[in-house]
Design a protein around this ligand. Structure first.
Ligand code: CAA
Length: 379
């Protein structure tokens, strides 16, 4: 085993870190406060080639591996978790299923602009009554000649309203339950497709989270992704990859909070010495750094397995479960190390602790990750 990134991966990390620190970090607190993302940052991600890292250059991608993409999400999230999930939902949940299951025509039409960052992607699975129980969808897609007609509501959709292209899972045969679900590519602006309420959230506040409403929304049959009845499998396979992205987001948040806490502990003086001179605090830092390193190994391992074409469903669930819990624990300790200052919006650790929480919830709660892991163990 070689625990070393390639020169290309290290270069990408440096490029993303420089971009994140110089261009995103100065805006992160304000974007959080205003619940708004600066579109020019997305355009910069596109210019830097970050919007299609793991896709072939014949579809506008950078032709790099998944691990490189995961490193990019980690580095963005180190300063701004909203930036991390923007790229992760776009890449893993929208561009990836189109790349994996799309026809040549669908890839030319949709993957190209997504990978080049001319379009932003989103994924519509969750519904009011179908969260963890993702198979019990009520959104219906009814075949009508050369079209399907979509009716229903999706909730909690990351990049909602902001995105241009949506991969939507709907039921084409409710009697067959999850085996009667189908995936579709839906363009913003399609008549009958509108947006409901925007969520006001505890964390990742600069990330847009919207309801999607489909009312008599006519989709050409050529926009069906995969076969009828394959929707649940496509969603599950998409989430297997998406969970590595969220694990990377959690890892980045934890690393960012740790870096802040370490620096603060060396400059903050109490009782005539830096607080880092206290063994109690040193042991906190040691535990935080060790947990982050363990999370990083799990996250990179999951990405490596995906790149190697090996099974990665269990490892991606393990990576997300562990990294998200590390993010919550590390950000909480980072606030503690900052004391009263850490509880204010003057220091980024306050935002990071709020941002960490969602990583234990979306793309499958920690409880669902344990279910997925246990199912793999008991198979
Ligand atoms: N890959 C391929 N196929 C899979 C699969 C996988 N990872 N997991 C399950 N399947 C298949 C099974 O083989 C089975 O196939 P058959 O019908 O042929 O037998 C079928 O799917 C049903 O499997 P289960 O019986 O295990 O399904 P279940 O209904 O018990 O659900 C679950 C399993 C793991 C709990 C699943 O529902 C789940 O992952 N729930 C969480 C949903 C989730 O993560 N939602 C996140 C929303 S997206 C989001 O959060 C985006 C965002 O904002 C950023």
């Amino acid at each position: 085993m070689i625990f070393r990134l390639s020169e290309e991966q290290e270069m990408l990390r440096q490029t993303v870190r420089d971009f994140a620190e110089s261009e995103i970090a100065p805006k992160a607190a304000e974007m959080d406060e205003k619940e708004d993302y600066d579109r020019s940052l997305w355009d910069r991600m596109a210019q830097l080639g970050l919007t299609g890292i793991p896709f072939s250059d014949s579809y506008g991608g950078a032709g790099m591996d998944n691990l490189s993409y995961i490193i990019a999400v980690e580095e963005l999230s180190r300063v701004c978790a909203s930036s991390g999930v923007l790229l992760s939902a776009h890449t893993s949940l929208c561009a990836w299923p189109i790349d994996a299951f799309g026809t040549e025509g669908q890839k030319q039409k949709y993957l190209n602009p997504l990978a080049e960052g001319r379009s932003v992607g989103a994924f519509g699975l969750t519904e009011p009554g179908a969260g963890s129980d993702a198979g019990s969808l009520k959104t219906i897609a009814r075949r009508d000649g050369d079209d399907y007609i979509l009716d229903g509501t999706k909730i909690f959709i990351t990049n909602g309203e902001w995105a241009d292209i949506y991969v939507v899972i709907a039921s084409t045969d409710p009697a067959k339950k999850h085996r009667g679900t189908t995936a579709f590519i839906v363009e913003k602006g399609t008549p009958g497709f509108s947006f409901g309420k925007k969520e006001h959230k505890m964390g990742i506040r600069a990330s847009y989270t919207y309801e999607l409403i489909f009312e008599n929304c006519r989709i050409p049959a050529e926009n069906r992704l995969g076969e009828e009845g394959q929707g649940f499998k496509i969603a599950m396979m998409t989430l297997d990859g998406g969970r590595i992205g969220i694990a990377a987001q959690a890892l980045g948040i934890a690393q960012g909070a740790f870096d802040q806490a370490l620096a603060y502990s060396k400059t903050r003086e109490q009782f005539g010495k830096p607080i880092s001179a206290n063994q109690g605090l040193q042991w906190m830092l040691a535990d935080m750094a060790t947990a982050i390193e363990a999370a990083r190994l799990l996250v990179y391992q999951a990405a490596y397995l995906k790149d190697a074409g090996l099974p990665y469903s269990k490892q991606s669930a393990m990576a997300k479960l562990y990294a998200s819990e590390v993010a919550m624990a590390v950000t909480t300790k980072a606030v503690q190390i900052h004391g009263g200052y850490g509880y204010t919006r003057e220091y980024p650790v306050e935002r990071m602790m709020r941002d960490a929480k969602i990583t234990e919830i979306y793309e499958g709660t920690s409880e669902i990750q344990r279910t997925v892991i246990a199912a793999a163990l008991l198979k």
